[in-house]
Design a protein around this ligand. Structure first.
Ligand SMILES: Nc1ncnc2c1ncn2[C@@H]1O[C@H](COP(=O)(O)OP(=O)(O)O)[C@@H](O)[C@H]1O
Ligand SMILES: [Mg+2]
Length: 266
């Protein structure tokens, strides 16, 4: 199963969700691949692959664009084995990818085709999206056909979601055999003031209660990122934050809940 973590806005928790959902699925014994489809490389950098981002010989640019040095058969060559899950890192060069995907005939379908042709088999592929609408984001939606919406519980969340729903409708109209399924909405940095509970209610009404997950506003999330892993490989003592122990457990439980929900849908 492939899952795209999508929202055309920065800072809503796409990368955090991608890393920890991939970590949760891996922790449950699955073979997982995380694909960083964001040219800004949030997932790649947050997992500590800065050298790949700046210096790797090949990138998605080479695999997905017609003018690159590789073909759609070569995605395997980009995979880096990680301790929790494998990743296809992003690369600075991918900033130039968007332009090519716009003009190439099968541009938005390229990522899906490349994933179909992977030699290595994964139980789950988690694709982290860029913070804009464009061929890379469309390509991730098409490749996965399952989408997780991370969001902040604020008043513009609804607006952003409606824009993304429209984009999904447009893709479904354009590609006859494509049906994009909503897997979950993940509300990040939830605190318990009046405003967020109102927005939370809108999410529950829109998606159904069992599809909405809440991740609290906890410092441990930042500490996990500093540690360059998901919360499942995070060791609070080793990281120098021994007081994170309880929240680490609680956060693992939250992402495990999302992973179990994903398993049910798969
Ligand atoms: N539940 C949360 N609690 C606290 N901070 C969070 C939470 N979720 C995300 N963040 C922080 O918000 C920032 C943006 O998250 P990120 O996942 O990079 O967003 P995006 O990929 O959508 O741009 C990061 O610094 C991240 O650590
Ligand atoms: Mg990101």
């Amino acid at each position: 199963m492939r899952i795209n973590v999508a929202m055309q806005k920065g800072g809503v928790g796409k990368t955090t969700t991608s890393i920890n959902l991939a970590g949760a699925l891996a922790d449950r014994g699955h073979d997982v691949l995380a694909v960083d489809a964001d040219p800004q490389g949030g997932l790649t950098l947050k997992l500590g692959y800065r050298d790949h981002y700046r210096e790797a010989e090949f990138a998605l640019y080479d695999v997905l664009s017609d003018i690159g040095q590789l073909t759609l058969n070569d995605l395997d060559q980009l995979i880096v084995e990680g301790s929790e899950f494998d990743i296809v890192p992003s690369h600075l060069r991918n900033f130039r990818l968007e332009k090519h995907l716009y003009s190439e005939a099968r541009g938005v379908e390229a990522l899906g085709i490349a994933l179909d042709r992977l030699e290595e088999e994964y139980d789950y592929v988690v694709i982290d999206s860029p913070p804009n609408l464009g061929p890379l984001a469309d390509g991730a939606l098409l490749a996965a056909e399952n989408v997780v919406f991370p969001s902040h519980p604020n008043t513009i969340a609804r607006e952003s979601l409606e824009i993304l729903f429209d984009e999904i409708d447009t893709l479904e109209d354009k590609f006859d055999d494509v049906q994009i399924t909503t897997v979950a909405a993940v509300l990040n940095e939830v605190s318990h003031d009046g405003l967020s509970s109102e927005v939370q209610q809108w999410f529950v009404d829109t998606f159904g209660e069992e599809y909405v997950f809440e991740i609290p506003d906890w410092a441990v999330i930042e500490h996990v990122i500093e540690y360059r892993t998901s919360v499942f490989a995070y060791n609070p003592d080793d990281a120098g934050y021994p007081w994170d122990a309880d929240k680490t457990e609680a956060l693992r439980d939250k992402y495990t809940e999302i992973a179990k929900h994903v398993e049910e849908i798969a």
